[in-house]
Design a protein around this ligand. Structure first.
Ligand code: HEM
Length: 140
């Protein structure tokens, strides 16, 4: 009887563990705020110096954009943040961003994640969240 109870307890504990793993947010899997912060910093280093798209950011105050991107990435990956910036259409309106420029940005985002040592599977999950925003961001 005691053994049965012990086995039952272990199964319940194991179940709880595996459930926990399944529901862990992408934000937590990435490593939370420090990693989101690092990805954003790497991304800004690249896009602000990438001659193919840097001209779009000539009026940009880096610290302000950093803060907004961190907040948005945190919210969208399931972290404990509320993004209060402009929505994606408003944020990019008047810029006429082309598909080719969007692709350059995404390439820089991938390199930014590589530089932050984000594992390939998590990179893909990350891109799956942001790629669908393309239509809101381009040609506005
Ligand atoms: C999924 C991809 C993208 C995300 C998640 C994103 C996110 C953001 C966010 C959160 C802001 C700040 C909004 C605010 O001011 O409240 C912003 C602004 C901006 N984004 Fe994006 N963006 C993306 C793609 C792009 C691309 C492809 C370009 C250009 C190639 C771009 C250029 C800009 C510019 C120029 C601003 C204005 C910066 C400023 O206020 O000075 N974004 N974006």
């Amino acid at each position: 009887m005691k053994n049965k109870i012990l086995i039952m307890t272990m199964l319940v504990a194991l179940g709880a563990c595996s459930n926990h793993k399944k529901t862990e947010s992408l934000y937590d899997q990435l490593g939370g705020e420090p990693v989101i912060n690092q990805i954003t910093s790497n991304l800004l280093d690249r896009i602000l110096n990438n001659e193919k798209i840097a001209f779009l950011f000539k009026e940009t105050v880096r610290e302000d954009l950093h803060e907004r991107i961190v907040s948005q990435l945190c919210q969208e990956t399931g972290g404990p943040c509320v993004y209060e910036g402009l929505d994606m259409v408003e944020a990019h309106s008047g810029q006429e961003i082309k598909y080719s420029e969007f692709d350059v940005f995404v390439e820089d985002l991938i390199l930014a994640m590589e530089d932050a040592n984000v594992p390939f599977t998590l990179q893909n999950q990350f891109l799956a969240i942001f790629a669908p925003m393309r239509e809101d961001i381009t040609y506005q």
